[in-house]
Design a protein around this ligand. Structure first.
Ligand code: AMP
Length: 283
């Protein structure tokens, strides 16, 4: 695996490979890699000649300094995992290489998607995400970039970024990878104290129940039940649960036959914030 910490040599290497007709698949990450990340990489490997992974803990997308400081950083272990699955290229820049002297986000308008759910609770988060992803796309110039549905709102926002800025690449969404007990894999899971880790699969159980209930009942009944279930939970605190249309992320008012919906949830397990979502079926 080739490792680059500077953008100029990476750009030079990739443009040469592109001249030789190679297609480039790209997976941006913040490291602390788990099987969810690896699943995006193996998908990219099946469909591209060359796969580039970036590891960069992007300061501008964190709304709390404490979360940025405590974000797990496991570079050596990440490198071993990437080598094991034969990743071609790793880009591992530092903050100065990306932002130079000014660590600041660009302001984006994503047709309002940026103000919903995560955007409401994490101020400036999607400006930070848009900024870093745009910078990385400009450096790597991939044919296809892969993002997890675990961060479904982010995936929709990246699609919007590409569309609005006429970026010349495709975005592919990949399924959510889960632990055996259903907890969605996340770099933050390693920070869960044991009692919270044991409680956390309740999040996915609730989503599955909501999925079943949604088939027959109206969205308000589903939302009410989930809210009630968390009210008395001794360890998990619900931040939001909502059912929204997949494209616009508009909260559902009434089920419409031709529309696709998802349930979205954010929960605090102690001071660790976990998010998850599930696709809904309806008649
Ligand atoms: P992160 O390192 O958390 O920024 O995630 C990098 C990419 O991996 C994003 O596109 C995430 O949506 C994706 N990802 C994170 N966790 C999972 C998971 N459990 N299943 C699938 N994709 C994931």
């Amino acid at each position: 695996m080739k490792i680059f910490t500077k953008k100029a040599p990476l750009e030079a290497y990739l443009s040469k490979e592109k001249l030789h007709g190679k297609s480039i698949g790209f997976i941006p990450t913040m490291g602390a890699l788990h099987e969810g990340h690896l699943s995006l990489i193996t998908t990219a490997q099946k469909k591209n000649d060359l796969v580039v992974v970036s590891i960069f803990v992007n300061p501008t997308q964190f709304d709390k300094d404490e979360d940025l400081i405590n974000y797990p950083k496991t570079f050596e272990a990440d490198k071993i995992q990437l080598e094991k699955i034969s990743c071609d290229v790793l880009f591992y820049p530092d903050v100065t290489e990306i932002y130079e002297d000014v660590i600041r986000s660009e302001s984006f308008y994503f047709d309002g998607l940026e103000h919903k759910m995560e955007g409401k609770y994490r101020k400036g988060h999607f400006n930070g995400v848009g900024t870093i992803v745009k910078i990385l796309f400009q450096i790597v110039k991939p044919n296809v970039a892969y993002f997890g549905q675990k961060d479904f709102q982010q995936l929709q926002i990246i699609k919007k970024l590409v569309q609005k800025h006429n970026l010349n690449l495709l975005i592919e969404g990949c399924p959510i990878f889960r632990e055996k007990d259903g907890l969605a894999m996340s770099s933050r899971n390693v920070r869960l104290e044991e009692k919270y880790r044991t409680a956390a699969p309740f999040i996915y159980q609730t989503l599955q129940e909501a999925q079943n209930q949604f088939i027959k009942q109206n969205p308000f009944e589903v939302i009410l039940r989930v809210t009630e279930q968390f009210k008395y939970h001794p360890l998990l605190k619900l931040e939001y649960f909502t059912i929204a249309e997949e494209e616009t992320l508009e909260t559902i008012k009434e089920k419409e036959k031709e529309k696709n919906y998802r349930a979205f949830i954010a929960v605090f397990a102690g001071n660790i914030r976990l998010i998850d979502n599930i696709k809904l079926k309806h008649s």
